[in-house]
Design a protein around this ligand. Structure first.
Ligand SMILES: O=C(O)CCC(=O)C(=O)O
Length: 243
């Protein structure tokens, strides 16, 4: 293999345990995607959770703003993915709807997701980096809480390197919280078919490039955990799994 070939990011299906991510096709059918998009269109765009420039690009706490959305997307496949990785005590800790249309093209440099949303700020050992963004309180929790978390990104559109698929560094979730991504040539583009899911450990370094296409890239980003927070702290968006 030439150096040039080695530098081209490759596509991969991945393994959550060893790579920190996996691509799983066939989690949502077209009917569920259509129904989810109909519900998402009903959300009042003037709410503070809605972040928009020329076009919509994110809605935080989307499951609270869109009653019926969770039930619509909660397929047997999604339920078994969550239980397979986190067990029967899993719950949802965060939900965000991300859009990346050509009108609101945005990019995020390679990073780990290390802040969680908590109901209140408190001086609890092991918690640091407290923030308050638009009333949403965040902090960096003890490492084992981040290591037990799983993100599942449901792709409502087919996504590849041209319209905003995440770029990840396989295995980078295994070194704890580190200030910069490892210097490596093994960046992978996580292409996901429509209705597929990308599973990701939040400590995995991931980046989001600008879209080069007019194709939409709509994603429901759900975070899960199975650990309660210590000393009476509560996950701000905690939600039980549908039964
Ligand atoms: O959806 C994206 O493209 C970016 C998401 C991201 O970087 C994050 O959730 O940390």
């Amino acid at each position: 293999m030439t150096l040039k070939e080695a530098e081209i990011p490759h596509r991969g299906q991945g393994s959550v345990r060893t790579d920190g991510y996996a691509i799983v096709p066939g989690v949502l059918g077209l009917d569920a995607i259509g129904a989810a998009l109909d519900i998402l269109r009903t959300i009042d765009r003037s709410r503070p959770e809605v972040m928009a420039g020329n076009a919509l690009f994110a809605i935080r706490n989307v499951l609270s703003l869109a009653p019926g959305l969770l039930r619509t997307i909660w397929t047997d496949r999604l339920s078994s993915l969550v239980r397979e990785h986190l067990g029967d005590n899993a719950f949802i800790t965060k939900s965000i709807y991300f859009d990346k249309p050509s009108g609101s093209n945005w990019a995020v440099a390679s990073h780990q997701d290390i802040s969680i949303s908590i109901d209140r700020a408190a001086d609890v050992p092991g918690f640091s980096g407290w923030t308050n963004k638009r009333g949403i309180i965040g902090a960096i929790p003890p490492l084992h809480i981040l290591e037990s978390a799983l993100t599942i990104r449901l792709h409502l559109d087919a996504t590849d390197g041209t319209n905003g698929a995440l770029h990840v560094i396989p295995g980078s979730h295994r070194a704890g919280i580190v200030p910069a991504p490892p210097v490596t040539r093994t960046e992978v583009i996580c292409a996901v078919p429509q209705g597929g899911a990308m599973l990701m450990r939040p400590l995995l370094f991931h980046a989001s490039r600008r879209s080069l296409s007019n194709a939409p890239r709509r994603v429901l980003h759900l975070e899960f955990n199975h650990l309660d927070l210590p000393e009476g702290l509560q996950w701000a968006e905690r939600r039980s799994l549908p039964t």
